[in-house]
Design a protein around this ligand. Structure first.
Ligand code: AHR
Length: 354
């Protein structure tokens, strides 16, 4: 499992206020001196995002590039963004890339041409949309990255975008590993498991996988991953991939799925293969959907690590702070938790599940 940036870099970036990027000169950003300001900002073409000043704080036009609308998590995120835009009295211009990198790059170009005051991007994968984010910066449109990150060596917070608002996916992977280790008997357990990974190249797949694999190897070396395969964060694909894998590895003791949708599909496939998820095969996944929490309450899934999709409040607070000229941190972290049956946490969380 590949890491695009180390935990060290992440924590360093977190503690680095974006205002520090003011130290970069306009010239260093490769900009010309001609000013082509969007309607509500002052900006020198090509300049550092942190040097862009919005000239109004009310009635902003906000562009929103969503990577897909294909499951409970994404619908909850979309509603959260829509609700906060409405509450702030902002105009929201939305696109949906339907899980296509090409479509999302095109969407971002269309939104840039529409000249929003600020652009929100939830990138499908880490590398593919980074160039379009840099294009927005060059066009003097400040960008906030929401939920999934871009590859920060290709587009940098404080220079190419104002901030990243989202969960700590690597920590989620560590929490998922700890829960699965516990379900399989603790650090000394000997067991075999399957890992269903998310969309290849997306930051949650890279970081959840990295966090999980690293924690498993160091905390419970007797638990081995016998198969690791993508199911693209999809319930249907999770089901079909697991239907095949369980024939090849009928003796597995556990499954880690990078999201709830894939876990739900996997549980359906395991039952169809005559297995008893929750009893002979322990399952752990990430998100916090109602469907998955109900499986935890039914004893068929061991634990769910939340990945809160309600990113609207933090994102729109960041927009307001940016508009007011306040410095933003490189990363605004959405905290997450583990929900399981045994300690009552899944039951307590259920009313908030989405
Ligand atoms: O980027 C967040 C992930 O994307 C969620 O875990 C998943 O359900 C969605 O597809």
């Amino acid at each position: 499992m590949q890491f695009s940036w180390s935990p060290f870099k992440r924590s360093f970036m977190t503690s680095m206020p974006v205002i520090a990027a003011l130290g970069l000169t306009l010239a260093a950003c490769g900009g010309s001196t001609a000013s082509t300001s969007p309607s509500a900002s002052t900006c020198v073409v090509g300049s550092n995002t942190s040097l862009v000043k919005l000239t109004k704080t009310k009635g902003l036009k906000v562009g929103w590039s969503q990577n897909a609308l294909d499951g409970a998590w994404r619908y909850a995120e979309e509603s959260s963004i829509e609700n906060e835009a409405k509450a702030a009295g902002y105009q929201l211009v939305k696109t949906n890339a339907n899980n296509s990198d090409d479509q999302q790059v095109q969407d971002i170009q269309t939104l840039i041409n529409d000249r929003p005051d600020i652009l929100l991007v939830d990138p499908h994968t880490e590398d593919a949309e980074a160039g379009a984010v840099v294009d927005a910066r060059k066009a003097c449109i400040p960008v906030i990255i929401v939920d999934r990150d871009v590859n920060e060596s290709l587009a940098t917070p404080g220079r190419d975008f104002a901030t990243f608002v989202g969960s700590d996916f690597q920590k989620q992977g560590v929490m998922a590993a700890d829960a699965l280790i516990q379900s399989l008997g603790g650090p000394k357990a000997n067991a075999t498991i399957i890992e269903l990974t998310g969309t290849t190249g997306s930051s949650p797949a890279i970081l959840r996988g990295g966090g999980f694999d690293g924690e498993l190897a160091s905390a419970a070396p007797g638990i081995k991953i016998v198969a690791e395969q993508t199911a693209n964060f999809s319930r249907a694909t999770g089901q079909s991939v697991m239907a095949t894998l369980i024939q090849q590895y009928p003796k597995i003791n556990g499954v880690f799925a990078h999201n709830d949708e894939m876990a739900i599909g996997a549980i359906t496939a395991l039952k169809a293969a005559g297995k008893k998820p929750g009893t002979d095969i322990k399952v752990v996944s990430i998100d916090g959907t109602k469907d998955a929490i109900n499986l935890v309450l039914a004893g068929e899934e061991y634990a769910v690590v939340s990945s809160n999709p309600r990113l609207g409040p933090l994102t729109f607070q960041a927009i307001q702070d940016f508009a007011a000229g306040k410095p933003l941190p490189a990363w605004i972290v959405q905290p997450d938790h583990v929900y399981e049956l045994a300690d009552g946490s899944a039951q307590a969380y259920l009313p908030n599940a989405f």
